[in-house]
Write a protein that binds this ligand. Structure first.
Ligand SMILES: [Zn+2]
Length: 384
């Protein structure tokens, strides 16, 4: 049987060793998470990697479960926090090119990866990015909260997978279902809306644009959401894990003195960022064919998860009497800023740019694999 180190080395493209200082922090965080969750029975052992796979996952090797956390995921979230807090659209686009290059390289699509790596390297930032910008402290806190969130989310999947634990969490799953049913039942679904959404089709209604519209004015969206969510058990599980992660993360971070609002901001921005990364991964898997159906589905699901988390958290805050912060949570400020600085450049501008780059890239020669990999590594090395 292979060990965890060997497993990680054979399934991931490592780009270095995790920083010892960070590893220590992650171990400390993990112990805190473990203490707060306080689950009976076995708990996955933590393993830290630093790879362009950038994923947090739980694997079982023999009798032991491991939670693999990737430091590069943290760096990626950290960079998007930086953009959110005061960088520019140019930086978001640069980031997008780099993620595409790395993901395509993982799939051994070396020619496409090289084209994106070159685009990344020549797409200069507006100005030199300072190591410590004015919002440095806030950014670090946000990243810290997001890293805890990602781990707790994964642990909740783990707990739902076990036979006994599933029962333990069944009421929780039911709570999520009843929450959104209750929320959705507040809005009528008149027959004409029903007819409308059947005519247009679910995809159209759940499109980015429709999701962004004020949900109160769109009973058709809500009606179709009920059907959509009920038909997709995995999505219900994602929502359950999102919410559990949000509430436990807040309690862990609050105990460390992170302000409530920072926790909420970090979680909202983090959910957006994770969604963005997953869309970039889907595009790479579809070899830069941007109309791929899988990418459309992940965009829709990401939007639903975000919307439900926001909704359910603000509901919870209101019932706890925290009206002001619930109002803030319900307002669209975070979404609008993320949309402006990150989503618009990455989800809408980048595909167009990549298409243009690809049109001009016919003359790019095909290099032997080793040489291409070396060039891609060189062009994408170092911090974002
Ligand atoms: Zn998940």
């Amino acid at each position: 049987m292979i060990g965890i180190r060997e497993y990680v080395e054979t399934t991931r493209r490592l780009i270095g060793a995790p920083f010892p200082q960070m590893e220590e922090i992650y171990r400390h965080n993990y112990e805190r998470i473990r203490g707060v969750l306080n689950w009976p029975g076995s708990f996955p052992e933590l393993f830290i990697s630093y790879s362009t796979n950038r994923t947090c996952e739980i694997v079982r090797l023999g009798d032991q479960h491991y939670l693999i956390y990737d430091q590069y995921l943290g760096s990626s979230l950290n960079f998007l926090n930086r953009v959110y807090l005061g960088s520019s659209r140019r930086d978001a686009i640069r980031f997008g090119y780099r993620i595409l290059a790395e993901q395509l390289q993982l799939q051994n699509e070396l020619k496409l990866a090289l084209i994106c790596a070159v685009a990344y390297s020549i797409w200069r930032p507006d100005s030199e990015i300072p190591a410590r910008e004015p919002s440095f402290e806030l950014r670090c806190r946000m990243t810290h909260v997001q890293e805890i969130y990602v781990v707790v989310h994964e642990l909740f999947h783990f707990s739902l997978a076990g036979p006994g634990k599933n029962e333990v969490l069944a009421p929780f799953r039911e709570m999520v279902r009843s929450y959104y049913r209750e929320w959705l039942s507040d809005t009528v679904t008149p027959a004409e809306y029903e007819a409308e959404y059947r005519r247009k089709g679910l995809d159209r209604i759940l499109s980015e644009e429709a999701i962004a519209a004020d949900v109160k004015d769109a009973p058709a969206i809500l009606g179709s959401l009920v059907e959509f969510l009920d038909s997709r058990d995995e999505l219900v599980e994602e929502v359950a894990c999102d919410l559990a992660a949000a509430f436990y993360t807040i309690s862990i971070a609050r105990a460390e003195g992170v302000p409530f609002r920072t926790c909420l901001l970090a979680i909202l921005v983090g959910l957006h960022s994770l969604r963005c990364l997953s869309v970039l991964h889907d595009w790479s898997a579809a070899r830069l064919k941007f109309d791929d159906a899988a990418a459309a589905q992940s965009t829709t699901e990401g939007a639903i998860r975000l919307m439900l988390t926001r909704k359910l958290m603000s509901q919870q805050l209101r019932s706890d009497g925290r009206t002001r912060i619930a109002d803030w949570m319900h307002s669209d400020k975070v979404n609008a800023r993320f949309q402006e600085l990150i989503l618009t450049p990455i989800l809408y501008m980048l595909p167009q740019m990549v298409r243009e780059v690809l049109e001009k890239a016919d003359s790019v020669p095909t290099y032997p694999d080793a040489e291409a990999n070396e060039m891609i590594d060189g062009l994408t090395a170092g911090p974002f």
